[in-house]
Design a protein around this ligand. Structure first.
Ligand SMILES: CC(C)(COP(=O)(O)OP(=O)(O)OC[C@H]1O[C@@H](n2cnc3c(N)ncnc32)[C@H](O)[C@@H]1OP(=O)(O)O)[C@@H](O)C(=O)NCCC(=O)NCCS
Length: 314
């Protein structure tokens, strides 16, 4: 069977098949719009596609293909991201998903990828059999204590698109000594924010919210936070600070929680680069991230430290 890109009526079929699992509280129509809009973003246009196998007029297995630029052990690398693998119920148990993954990896290799990456929602065993290895990812809970001072005196404002190059540069400072990191261009960060904002905007009013704040210094963003709130709780999707202590991130988090104390958003889930501990906040002991990150063909050996922000989760 030949791997092909899926669009038009066949894409609608895939959206019908995947809606129950990944509809995220959206209506079916909104789910379709959400998927299409992601592929129309600047980053999505050239790096995101739905691929699959088609038999007659039926898509019998499909997945999302992401093409990332990354750094592995200091060397540039193309990274194939595999998401939303699905075989419709009528065709399960015939080995179609493994064949699809092999075809995607062969196609990815032809595009210069040296690594395949996925997040398993069905545990590790299934993908271990297909040659993938778990990369441990640890998260923390951030508790932002109540201050008597109210919001801090840092220059805090909502971010706008002009901040993206600065946000990208701040983000890349954490990638320098990582064994594995994505090259997080302004377009990729914008894709992550847009994907979450679209889901919030297309969904029921008030269910989800995404906010991006920067701390300014001389008209430039010197620190930023991206925070989402939804049924899964409050997540610090991404952050960065020119100050290695992370003090501005701490001030941004204080401003975020003090802005609307009635929300009770004082506890956030986060991933933080090693050594980054904003002095104003309490961090829990690290715990295993709920999503199982797995790679194939990667020279990463646990417990090497990799950089993966929730914002880039697919
Ligand atoms: C998982 C899935 C893609 C497998 O597709 P497939 O084309 O049937 O692939 P296979 O023929 O290899 O699948 C059969 C195997 O899948 C395993 N499997 C199916 N669902 C599973 C689950 N939730 N957890 C663990 N294993 C699962 C079956 O146990 C079976 O294992 P076996 O070979 O030991 O009998 C398919 O079941 C599916 O679309 N599930 C719903 C979507 C999903 O969960 N996708 C994975 C997201 S990470």
């Amino acid at each position: 069977m030949e791997l092909r890109e899926i669009d038009g009526p066949l894409l609608e079929q895939v959206l019908d098949d995947t809606y129950d699992l990944w509809g995220d509280g959206l209506s079916r129509k909104a789910y379709g719009l959400w998927n299409l809009a992601q592929m129309k973003t600047t980053w999505g246009k050239s790096n995101l596609a739905r691929v699959g196998f088609v038999e007659g007029d039926r898509v019998v297995a499909s997945a999302k293909r992401y093409l990332f630029d990354g750094v592995i052990g200091g060397q540039p690398a193309r990274v194939l991201g595999i998401g939303a693998v699905l075989t419709p119920e009528s065709h399960r148990g015939q080995g179609l998903a493994p064949k699809l993954i092999e075809a995607m990896i062969a196609d990815g290799e032809a595009r210069g990828c040296t690594v395949a990456l996925l997040f398993s929602e069905i545990g590790a065993d299934y993908y271990t059999r297909l040659g993938f290895t778990v990369v441990p990812r640890r998260m923390v809970t951030i508790d932002v204590p109540r201050t008597r001072r109210g919001a801090p005196a840092t220059m805090v404002r909502a971010a706008d698109p002009l901040d993206l190059p600065e946000i990208s540069a701040l983000s890349m400072t954490y990638a320098h000594d990582a064994s594995f990191a994505l090259i997080r261009t302004p377009d990729l960060i914008d894709f992550g924010i847009t994907r979450r904002r679209l889901r919030a905007g297309l969904g029921p009013a008030g269910l989800r919210q995404v906010e991006v704040f920067v701390a300014e210094e001389g008209y430039r963003a010197a620190a930023f936070i991206i925070v989402s709130r939804g049924p899964e709780g409050v997540v610090l999707e991404d952050c960065g600070d020119r100050d290695p202590s992370g003090a501005r991130i701490g001030a941004l988090l204080e401003a975020y929680v003090e802005r609307d104390p009635s929300q009770g958003d004082r506890t956030l889930r986060a991933w933080l680069p090693p050594g980054l501990h904003p002095p104003q906040v309490h961090l829990s002991a690290p715990f295993d991230a709920p999503e199982v990150m797995m790679v194939r063909h990667l020279p990463i050996r646990p417990p090497a430290h990799q950089v993966w922000w929730p914002l880039d989760m697919f």
